[in-house]
Ligand binder design. Sequence first.
Ligand code: MN
Length: 260
Amino acid sequence: MENQQDSSRRKFIKQSAILTAAGMTISAMGGQVIAGITRPEEDIFKLPELPYAYDALEPHIDKMTMQIHHGKHHAGYATKLNEIFKGATGFDGAISLGMIFQTLSSISDDNSDPAHPSPYQVAIRNQGGGYYNHNMFWRLMKPNGGGSPTGKIAEVISASFDSFDNMKSKMNQAALNRFGSGWAWLVKDEAGKLQIGSTPNQDNPLMDICEFKGYPVLCLDVWEHAYYLKYQNKRADYLNAWWNLVNWDEVNRLYAEEIK
Ligand code: MN
């Protein structure tokens, strides 16, 4: 008899297959799928282009912050993640990063056998989380976004939090109360209800090691690198400005990816 955790893990794994289609993947691991052992020779994690210009989110997020955030921070996570996987064994071919997150605790941190080096669990958690979270974050913003939620997500927000104002204030609190670096999240649980929480560093709610779990539909970067040049220590001002950028179409798209 399977326990509830196994069952929910499988559901999330099925859902990650959809993320595969969305391009957040380790696609084909260098084109070879050999008995669960592949060694990609090329970079498999590409830095995605922003869906808008670096200055397009002005005045809410300034051009230089975007240039450094995307061109240096996000690029750095991609580079380091590629390096990890170039030495990795034990992964099947078409597996998504989201799937790996869901079984992260089972990935060995033991790299003591040079003939069969294991990818580091901590390295995938940090660099993989950093790569994946930023992929989502860029798409969840757009110039002239914000305003009230539209479509299905508007209904679900009302059902889950009574009102959009209430949801917004809960997410702001999660973002403000995150001590140090991390993210605030709106996630979908298995009943389709929305939950709000935060994670430290680059942890993602898909990770089985994460205390706050769920399927992410909206994320908010509260690392200082996301806002310090313009807002310095005033995280609350950054949060208020950020709500003017939310891409509700993308939130709806992520929410509509049914848990099967
Ligand atoms: Mn960031």
